[in-house]
Design a protein around this ligand. Structure first.
Ligand code: C5P
Length: 246
């Protein structure tokens, strides 16, 4: 079943507590990014875990293998469920992150790799010495990450169907840039509806403003989850009919 992750693009634990109160049982999974973690540190992770929530710690780690290994272990100790690294950190760094997670047994966080930031275009890549076009770079880094122990990647809704075919059925594909039909797009350039993202192969949808900025955030989250469940059922039906054909 696909999971909704609500992005807590906030700057204090007090705001987080209020958001979690408001969203109640509808949302079980939250993303903490650099802004919130820099402001509040591990305390905000502990606050969410104390309320029985799952945590996606999106710090996009990119450092020497030993440092990344230790950061992943520290995240696992906090009970983090998903963490991000940059695939561009290279094979040894990816392996170090995956090995550190694997050593945590039942507490092991899943490791997602970031490939090419959506803020970078082909020209930016050239400037930092990457000759490949963005799509080819996403594909190459996605393979590198998953071949070296990462559980999956973060990718845009426009890439998800292709990356599902590249990485196979078991990879986690976590997709931001999700907008329910008719919602404000904001600064996102390439968006898909929750149903489309799930049908294309996303396993986790990261949604911020369409939930947090809604007049009734819990109702907005409920609508997104309903759309995800409908798409899950369709995917399950099509998997079953594929098996029958085998
Ligand atoms: O408000 P919105 O739904 O656009 O929030 C999406 C979340 O996903 C934000 O936390 C944003 O930083 C993150 N994100 C993104 N696009 C990426 C990577 C991460 O929007 N390519």
């Amino acid at each position: 079943m696909t999971e909704l992750i609500v992005a807590l693009d906030l700057s204090s634990t007090a705001e987080v507590e209020a958001a979690v109160d408001q969203l109640g049982d509808t949302v079980q999974f939250y993303k903490i990014g650099l802004e919130l973690f820099s402001a509040e540190g591990p305390a905000v992770v502990r606050a969410l875990k104390a309320r029985g929530k799952k945590v996606f710690l999106d710090l996009k780690l990119h450092d020497i293998p030993r440092t990344v290994e230790r950061a992943v272990s520290a995240g696992a100790e906090l009970g983090v469920d998903l963490m991000t690294i940059h695939a561009a950190g290279g094979r040894a760094m990816i392996k170090a992150a995956a090995d550190a997670a694997a050593q945590c047994g039942a507490k092991a966080p899943k490791i997602l790799a970031v490939t090419v930031l959506t803020s970078l275009d082909g020209e930016d890549l050239q400037e930092i010495g990457v000759a490949r076009a963005p799509t080819a770079q996403v594909e190459a880094l996605g393979r590198l990450a998953c071949d070296n122990g990462a559980d999956g990647i973060v990718c845009s809704p426009m890439e998800v169907a292709h990356m599902r075919s590249v990485l196979g059925k078991d990879a986690l594909l976590c997709t931001p840039g999700v907008r329910p039909a008719g919602a404000e797009i904001g600064d996102q350039k390439r968006v898909a509806t929750p149903g489309q993202a799930v049908r294309d192969g996303s396993t986790h949808l990261v949604v911020g403003r369409p939930v947090m900025g809604a007049a009734d955030p819990q109702a907005a989250a409920r609508t997104i989850v309903a759309e995800m469940r409908a798409a899950d059922s369709l995917s399950a039906l099509s998997d079953a009919s594929d098996h029958e054909k085998d």
